[in-house]
Design a protein around this ligand. Structure first.
Ligand SMILES: CC(=O)SCCNC(=O)CCNC(=O)[C@H](O)C(C)(C)COP(=O)(O)OP(=O)(O)OC[C@H]1O[C@@H](n2cnc3c(N)ncnc32)[C@H](O)[C@@H]1OP(=O)(O)O
Ligand SMILES: O=C(O)CCC(=O)C(=O)O
Ligand SMILES: [Zn+2]
Length: 477
């Protein structure tokens, strides 16, 4: 967290207890079969979570999916990434403890150390299954199976771009070599996935012929990859739904974020029947990366909070992100879903009032489910008397609503010049309260209050000396 962000979270905000439900009862997911049986859903449509899949979405897997966590493969392709063995092991351990079902590791064909690291991670005894990612080539496959992985992810480009400029092979060759490599990996008794790189710029007939052929020889999963981040959610839905009708195996999807759709595309893929989604922590990967682990978790929590809470150790998300952020020397973005420093900070008066009454008004995620806290910022010109009243009550100052409204006007006036810290606001509240109670100050006397505040600051400053801000001392008084 950057220093100003940390200061904002620590000093300028009210921490509000996170006990009330972020999802009100009428939006809680219900067992749809039970609802249909007793007619409750029809009688009262608000009885179910509107973000859950509908009974008519018979393809949807939004409550039945797995993560293939590729920080240690796609993430190693991020411009800043260099993971030594120890760092890889720490990341692998943390992701496994978080609960991801699979970890995808860089190809052992990449380098001698990549080969050794892949072996080492396989020996860690992690809960997550270990996969490695290889070209559609027997040499790579032989190395992969030697490492002790639980499965091998095979990829080859199928678009005309990649067929022409990457490997130069035609569809017939691709199918033949895919079958050879798949059969070899299967003969070793481990999982095998076949994926078409650049799927969304590939010819649909080519794609379906390849997928049908590999499904026939018993591949565990086929993969669709939006390698250049060009696909939109509707295209994803259409392609996955079509593929669902063609293959009987699982469907994995991999989305790059070049045009900002990676999380939305992952969601639509699951709605259309995909079973596995590739993620990386903070989305790190080639160029600007792929579906973020945290973003996918946030999206899917909205759909089915109990399912997501049951599978993953959500309170660990921040630790996992900080670990990876440190390893690749980036900051967690301020607007990161769930863990961004302002993800649960409420500022505008209209929001603050409603949040204080019921957090669900402006929150779809419950911060406490992720080990996070909710904050209300009252030191800005956008604050309102209801938020200020909540702080007055926290400080146990006895004021009428009229007085709170009066002092709120003062806070706004000060915040028109600069944002007020929590200490600043507390000083204003305490000075106001002291003088209004003693009768020295009446309502709507800004000039008198300015003078009383200035006197207070100079007294506090001279008592304490110049090394501590007056507001801080006032708070301690
Ligand atoms: C979209 C993705 O992210 S796919 C995953 C990308 N991951 C990686 O590239 C892993 C790291 N890569 C590496 O370490 C190297 O590129 C290696 C070891 C894989 C290959 O290195 P080199 O043999 O030096 O080849 P180079 O990287 O220059 O070119 C790629 C070669 O693989 C071939 N190739 C590319 N994709 C595939 C594929 N999916 N299946 C089979 N062959 C492929 C190319 O035709 C080229 O072959 P060539 O040697 O006949 O020219
Ligand atoms: O193997 C896959 O499915 C994806 C490979 C990849 O990283 C990509 O195509 O962007
Ligand atoms: Zn990728």
């Amino acid at each position: 967290m950057c220093p100003s962000a940390a200061a904002a979270a620590a000093n300028d905000t009210i921490t509000v207890p996170t006990t009330e439900g972020a999802v009100p009862p009428e939006f809680q997911a219900v067992d749809s079969s039970a609802a249909t049986k007793n007619g409750a859903a029809a009688a009262n449509p608000q009885q179910r979570n509107p973000y859950a899949s509908r009974a008519s979405d018979f393809l949807s897997n939004t409550s039945n999916w797995k993560i293939i966590e590729s920080t240690l493969r796609e993430g190693e392709q991020f411009a800043n990434a260099f993971f030594d063995t120890e760092t890889k092991m720490k990341i692998a351990q943390a992701l496994s403890d978080f609960g991801v079902e699979y970890l995808e590791i860089t190809s052992p064909a990449a380098s001698e150390q990549s080969y050794e690291d892949c072996k080492r991670i396989c020996q860690m005894g992690l809960k997550s299954k270990i996969l490695t990612h290889i070209r559609c080539h027997m040499d790579d496959a032989r190395k992969a199976v030697e490492t002790g992985v639980d499965g091998v992810d095979i990829v080859i480009g199928t678009s005309s771009f990649l067929r022409k400029y990457s490997h130069g092979k035609d569809i017939t060759y691709i199918i033949k070599s895919a079958i050879e490599v798949i059969e070899f990996v299967k003969s070793k008794g481990i999982e095998v996935r076949f994926s078409s790189e650049d799927s969304f710029r590939s010819d649909l007939v080519d794609l379906l012929s390849i997928y049908r052929a590999v499904d026939k020889v018993g591949v565990n999963r086929v993969g669709i990859a939006d390698t250049v981040g060009c696909a939109n959610p509707r295209q994803v839905y259409d392609l996955v739904r079509t593929l669902r009708g063609v293959v009987s195996c699982d469907i994995e999807c991999h989305f790059h974020d070049d045009s900002g759709c990676a999380v939305a595309n992952a969601f639509c893929a699951l709605e259309a029947g995909a079973t596995h989604i590739d993620t990386s922590v903070l989305g790190i990967g080639e160029r600007n990366g792929i579906t973020t682990l945290g973003g996918l978790i946030a999206r899917m929590y909205v759909v089915d909070p109990e399912y997501v809470k049951g599978k993953y150790n959500l309170a660990m998300l921040r630790e996992v992100e900080n670990l990876v952020a440190d390893a690749v020397q980036v900051s967690v973005p301020f607007n990161n879903p769930i863990t961004g420093f302002c993800a649960f900070t409420h500022k505008a008066g209209i929001h603050a009032k409603a949040i204080l009454a019921n957090p669900s008004t402006y929150e779809i995620l419950k911060p406490e489910d992720f080990g996070m806290s909710r904050y209300i910022d009252i030191g800005s010109r956008l604050t309102g008397w209801n938020a200020v009243k909540s702080r007055v009550e926290q400080l146990e100052l006895d004021m009428t609503d009229e007085q709170v409204k009066d002092v709120t006007m003062k806070i706004k006036e000060l915040a028109d010049v600069r944002t007020q810290s929590m200490d600043d606001v507390d000083t204003v509240l305490r000075v106001y309260h002291k003088h209004v109670t003693s009768g020295k100050l009446g309502l709507r006397q800004p000039a008198v209050f300015d003078q009383l505040l200035a006197e207070h600051k100079s007294e506090a400053g001279s008592e304490k000396g110049d090394d501590e801000p007056a507001a801080k001392k006032a708070k301690l008084a």
